[in-house]
Design a protein around this ligand. Structure first.
Ligand code: TEU
Length: 722
């Protein structure tokens, strides 16, 4: 039990405490070495509270103690999970080279996120639809995708682009019909791909029948489906709301619903009403929705803001310092709530797990072999895959949510990779890939094969990573392609499950929006309006919205050159602002040097070489800020792979000698040299043997005498990590 007398190191030993402290340090842009300093580590919490008062104000420490107390068995639970086994080879190779057929197929899969509104439009109304996706499945199959994830397609008034569901068992009219969806599911399965949907159940649309019923009769059975709180006597909505929580899209998280004479909680837009998960009836409804879709052949779900579902009962005010630091007052009361683990375990059993008397699903994916050829339909998965979207959780919390032994989620997203220390999405800055390297090395050192890391940089909620890395240079076609390949190499060959977002495979970048009229997203528009209200000029307000606008990633997919990019025959609902040459699917498909070819070939190699997915991992030169290299070794050590990238736009010197290795993949190609070109990347097979020097191996540029030591064996490579 942590209390004010506990020492900082005891808090740090608690998984939730550690993540919380790390988060604060990251947000403040401070090093973690600070906590390890013995003087600091031995400070009592009460003392920390006094010392930190000028920065953190009052109540910070007691808020922390409360959150830790919710998960007081947390440390014990993590012990159960066990010390991470450091990504040692995970069991024997699958028999017969068959991949992705096992219960945990998703550990080796490549996921691909489709943003349906902007993928492909089949009927010319300017809005992407299900038939459009079906017509483009060959692109995904060619790319080597194992599982397609569709952002929301359920019936919705679209206040937040489908993340406000009106009917969980119907398709949104502009995207098609249930029959179209069945066809899309069958089309994926036929090509050996699974398909998952987005399950948005932290909240429903205010137009959902449950909310209508709740408003009509707040004391009736549906009143308790939501967080509806009576106002003071005579309240008309002008009084203060029930607490100080704020919405992620601006303003208070409460709105007064006059018909019900109640305040209603909405952590997102005013029409996204938070469900009350404390009500067992709500949990049962959600499980039924999942079972219904599983029967139709859906292979699982990505669960939207699923770590927000358990709110502290009584909905107390949030601590102000935490609110300031994290940007959202109240967040400590729901981002890792008291009953989160119990609700997830229950949902897994009641919704995602097949029962022996369940009829078979409408279809299942065909088996796909290591060489890409297809077999017959696989037996139904025992459980649908549960991919948690979990904003704000750190590494230890990720383990508590995803470790195999916990039977909660399968995979989680950790968003800390997306922005550098002290930065948030809205900041205009150049992302340093050295941070990305450090983030993953830390993550990998603290997790093992039973944990699950989703490797991702792009999604529909973030500007493009490629643009964050390159800044204005993202318009330089050479740099753009080279850096895109660096990101691909890291994402596809580190341990973990890659999630690609549409467009990544062709090197998509941010858009040059010029007015607020170009932005469609509720979050960007609200933020712009709020900034203007504070007295900023429109130009300055726009400049403060654009770096983080979610619209960058939501423009139509660029299938071919031209104004409408092959996305639609009509007028696109959202226009991209790009007319660059060479960054469309059509232009890249047959180009051997294109980003698309690189992705396709690397995914194929990944499927053929188990070392790249299941192999042991070892970092080389872990402290270098410019070079990122690592080894992957197959079970039995039959094949050693060397992967390396130059994290910068400058030529860099290799940290040690030139390894003797056969480059299977490279950008630019050619033999390994003593230096790495700007954003160079390599996937090479280490050659066992000795004696040959780098120049004898064909390095026409001449080996650098200072680093001409040839590394010919695993054991010598290990010296790199010293
Ligand atoms: O996003 C959750 C989330 O917390 C953020 O990543 C979100 O982008 C927001 O901008 C925070 O400021 C999920 C969905 O991915 C997002 O599209 C939805 O808007 C949101 O939940 C609400 O359902």
């Amino acid at each position: 039990m942590v209390d004010a007398r506990s020492r900082l190191k005891e808090v740090y030993a608690h998984p939730v405490g550690r993540d919380a402290i790390d988060k604060v340090l990251l947000q403040l842009g401070r090093s973690r070495g600070w906590v390890r300093n013995p003087v600091v580590a031995n400070l009592r919490l009460g003392t920390v509270a006094r010392l930190a008062r000028p920065v953190l104000g009052d109540g910070f420490v007691s808020s922390l103690v409360t959150v830790l107390a919710d998960h007081d068995d947390g440390a014990a639970r993590l012990d159960q999970v066990g010390a991470p086994a450091q990504h040692a080879p995970d069991g024997a190779a699958a028999p017969g080279g068959v991949v992705l057929a096992g219960a945990e197929w998703w550990r080796e899969a490549v996921f691909y996120q489709v943003y349906p509104r902007s993928f492909a439009d089949s009927d010319g109304d300017g809005i992407g639809d299900l038939r459009g996706i079906t017509s483009r499945l060959e692109h995904l199959a060619d790319l080597g995708v194992d599982c397609v994830w569709l952002s929301p397609i359920f019936d919705s008034p679209n206040e937040d682009m489908g993340y406000d569901v009106r009917d969980y068992r119907a398709v949104m009219a502009e995207m098609g019909t249930l029959a179209d969806l069945d066809e899309l599911v069958a089309g994926c399965h036929e090509r050996g791909m699974r398909i998952i949907l987005d399950l948005v159940v932290n909240h429903t649309s205010a137009e959902h029948e449950w909310f209508r019923a709740a408003v009509a009769d707040p004391d009736g059975p549906y009143g308790d489906y939501y967080h509806l709180v009576p106002g003071a006597p005579g309240e008309d909505g002008s009084g203060p709301p029930p607490n100080n929580w704020t919405s992620f899209f601006g303003g208070s998280a409460w709105r007064w619903v006059p018909e019900a004479r109640r305040w209603a909680l909405h952590l997102f837009a005013p029409g996204q009403m938070d469900l009350n998960w404390e009500n067992p009836q709500v949990r049962a409804e959600v499980a039924e929705i999942v079972r219904w879709w599983r029967g139709r052949g859906i292979d699982g779900f990505r669960l939207d803001v699923i770590n927000y579902i358990s709110k502290r009962s009584g909905l107390p005010d949030g601590n102000e310092a935490i609110g300031r630091l994290m940007g959202f007052p109240g967040i400590e009361h729901y981002f890792f709530g008291p009953h989160l683990h119990a609700y997830l375990a229950e949902l897994r059993q009641a919704g995602f797990t097949r029962r022996s008397d369940d009829p078979p699903p409408a279809s299942t994916a065909r088996e796909r072999f290591a060489d890409g050829t297809l077999g017959g339909p696989l037996p139904p998965d025992e459980a649908g895959v549960m991919v948690g979207e979990t904003p704000g959780v750190g590494v230890e919390m990720s383990r508590l949510l995803s470790n195999r032994s916990r039977a909660e989620l399968d995979l989680v997203f950790n968003f800390d990779v997306l922005d550098g220390p002290g930065k948030v999405r809205w900041d205009d800055y150049r992302y340093d890939l050295a941070y990305l390297k450090g983030f993953y090395l830390d993550y990998l050192a603290r997790t093992g094969p039973g944990d699950a890391i989703a490797l991702f940089y792009d999604n529909h909620d973030n500007p493009r990573m490629l643009s964050k890395v390159l800044g204005a240079k993202d318009r330089d076609p050479e740099l753009r392609a080279a850096a895109a390949k660096v990101l691909a190499t890291i994402q596809l060959t580190l341990p973990g499950t890659p999630f690609l977002f549409q467009g990544q495979e062709i090197g998509a970048v941010n858009q040059e929006f010029t007015s607020v009229g170009d932005l469609q997203d509720v979050e960007s528009r609200n933020r712009y309006a709020e900034l203007c209200e504070t007295g900023l000029s429109e130009a300055v307000a726009l400049a403060q919205v654009l770096p983080g606008a979610r619209d960058h990633a939501r423009v139509p997919m660029r299938w071919e050159p031209g104004l409408t990019t092959g996305f639609t025959a009509g007028t696109p609902w959202q226009t991209g602002r790009e007319d660059s040459r060479g960054f469309t699917v059509a232009e890249q498909t047959d180009d051997p040097d294109s980003v698309l070819t690189y992705y396709r070939d690397l995914i194929a190699l990944r499927r053929a070489e188990p070392a790249l997915t299941r192999g042991a991992f070892r970092a080389l030169a872990p402290r270098s800020r410019t070079y990122f290299g690592w080894l992957r070794t197959a079970v039995g050590g039959s094949a050693d792979w060397l992967i390396e990238v130059n994290l910068t736009s400058r030529t860099i010197r290799r940290p040690r000698g030139v390894p003797e290795a056969e480059t299977v993949f490279g950008s630019p190609g050619g033999p390994l040299r003593a230096t790495l070109a700007p954003y160079e990347c390599r996937v090479a097979r280490l050659t066992p043997g000795n004696g040959r020097t780098a120049s004898a191996a064909g390095d026409s540029t001449g080996a650098d005498p200072a680093s001409s030591g040839v590394i010919t064996s695993w054991s010598k490579m290990e010296g790199w990590s010293a």
